[in-house]
Design a protein around this ligand. Structure first.
Ligand SMILES: [Mg+2]
Length: 255
């Protein structure tokens, strides 16, 4: 895998490093897949369908994606999203209504956050950065759910601040969401950096809030070339990025 180093030069001392959580530190995709595997086994779905577990996971992902589109268009509410994506998947798998597990959507929401897979290098990145900077997590999600992810995956010891969209009733990319996080910690927007995987909510949200923002990209085939002065760069290796930030800080402090 090619490695793209951030070209940005930080001409300032950094106090805080803020992270997105899902698919930046916590491997949402992998953990969701594990939770679905567990539920397939638990409910012995193989007894009522010809779909193997891998096929079930793929089908669920497709159905889930179309449900999210409808949710974002305002066509359905959150409850419909949560239940419909499973019910539709079961129908497509040929499972009769009477044989469909009825509480599986709640079980999924219970099990998924307890999974512990992190993005490659996330733990080492946090361990290194936490020796030099204060670490915060800014995430669109439920307070309890995101807390469970952070605690179960063992990254809580590195994190001094967590802000969820639920707790502040604002969501990324709303600039107020970012400004509130800075205000809460008494940090100026020029003395922090932010990193996230989503181009809209994270990258443009951060940039539009006046924060130097990095795009975390595990899949290097999707690189976006952004020329905004507050775009820090594309990060494909979290440890490499941590080393770069620390070296940048050392250079600043020796001047
Ligand atoms: Mg994310």
């Amino acid at each position: 895998m090619s490695e793209i180093r951030p070209q940005y030069q930080l001409e300032k001392k950094i106090d805080w490093v803020f992270f997105d959580l899902d698919n930046t530190l916590w491997d949402f995709d992998k953990n969701a897949e594990k939770a679905l595997h567990e539920l397939y086994r638990k409910h012995k779905l193989h007894l009522n369908t010809t779909y193997r577990v891998e096929q079930f996971v793929q089908l669920y992902k497709d159905v889930n994606a179309s449900y999210w589109k409808r949710y974002e268009l305002g066509e359905i509410d959150k409850d419909k999203l949560r239940t419909g994506r499973f019910i539709d998947t079961f129908v497509l798998m040929g499972i009769e209504p009477a044989l469909q597990p009825t509480n599986i959507w709640n079980e999924y929401l219970e099990i998924c956050p307890q999974m512990t897979d992190l993005m490659p290098g996330a733990l080492e990145c946090l361990s290194k950065l936490s020796q030099v900077f204060k670490i915060g997590v800014l995430t669109n999600g439920f307070e309890n759910t995101q807390n469970v992810k952070i605690i179960k995956s063992g990254i809580n010891k590195y994190i001094q601040f967590l802000q969820t969209s639920e707790s502040v009733k604002l969501a990324k990319p709303n600039e107020e969401f970012f400004r509130l996080a800075l205000f809460e910690n008494g940090v100026n927007r020029t003395n922090c950096v932010y990193i996230g995987d989503n181009l809209n909510t994270d990258v443009w949200g951060g940039i539009n809030s006046g924060i130097t923002t990095f795009h975390y990209l595990y899949d290097v085939n999707n690189i976006e070339h952004i020329t905004h002065p507050l775009f820090g760069g594309t990060v494909t290796d979290l440890v490499d990025w941590a080393n770069w930030l620390i070296a940048n800080q050392a250079k600043y402090e020796s001047n």
